[in-house]
Design a protein around this ligand. Structure first.
Ligand SMILES: [Zn+2]
Ligand SMILES: [Zn+2]
Ligand SMILES: [Zn+2]
Ligand SMILES: [Zn+2]
Length: 234
């Protein structure tokens, strides 16, 4: 049985397992989340934790660092970048020697599968971009410093850095884009994608956007359904 109420060391009230319909900032790792989370019921607190942050395993491994044992840490370290997304670890994190990972980056799915307009799309998480990222137009997330993990489609055409999509999510979050979309009912179906249906199938711009939406959803920890694809309404 799933534990629906917990007492967490990071907050003075009990936290309850709930579902956030709009993205929230996790008060543990400071990254964004969406969907299931542990939340304080007192609205004035506005306190959220990713499920994986609230019930974090003390130790973890990752297939990209086979010989590393990651240890959960409550405190972040300024100036230390997450190997996956390149952003500083400002809160909860996993550490193995000099490798740092956000809990949500550690738990990224290794493959994303989607179906749209009769095309199926599969994106694989890779330890580095093998082609240019469609957002920053580079292979490395910070030139010469950090390569950064990327999701790359099996056809090789769609490549997105985890960090670049993460930044995009933050921009959308800061400008209130997600909540506006929610109040307009935009998250209830893939309306915005379907509109593209009639356009020339040669220029598959919508496929590119759909790939991006799959990645954006995965980074927010949302449920991967076609309906969730319109979260960004790109
Ligand atoms: Zn978190
Ligand atoms: Zn509270
Ligand atoms: Zn990260
Ligand atoms: Zn990029």
């Amino acid at each position: 049985m799933k534990i629906t109420e917990i007492k967490h060391f990071s907050h003075r009230h009990k936290l309850e397992l709930s579902y956030s319909k709009t993205p929230y900032q996790c008060d543990g790792c400071k990254e964004l989340g969406f969907g299931s989370c542990y939340q304080c019921n007192k609205t004035k607190c506005n306190y959220h934790l990713h499920e994986i942050c609230a019930v974090a395993e003390p130790f973890a491994t990752h297939s990209f660092s086979k010989n590393s044992n990651f240890k959960f840490k409550k405190k972040g370290k300024r100036g230390k970048a997450c190997k996956a997304c390149g952003k500083d670890v400002q809160g909860f994190m996993y550490k193995s020697k000099e490798t740092y990972l956000h809990p949500c980056c550690l738990k990224l799915p290794s493959t994303l599968n989607g179906d749209i307009n009769g095309e199926s799309l599969r994106l694989n998480l890779e330890v580095k971009a093998s082609t240019k990222c469609l957002i920053c137009q580079n292979k490395e997330i910070y030139k010469g410093k950090l390569k950064g993990w990327a999701f790359i489609s099996s056809c090789g055409k769609h490549c997105y850095h985890v960090g670049c999509v993460n930044n995009m999510n933050f921009e959308n979050w800061k400008t209130g884009y997600f909540s506006r979309l929610q109040s307009s009912g935009g998250t209830n179906g893939s309306v915005l994608i379907k509109e593209e249906n009639g356009k020339s199938s040669k220029n598959k711009g919508w496929l590119k956007r759909y790939a991006l939406e799959l990645v954006a959803n995965a980074i927010l920890g949302g449920v991967l359904t076609t309906a969730a694809g319109s979260l960004l309404g790109l």
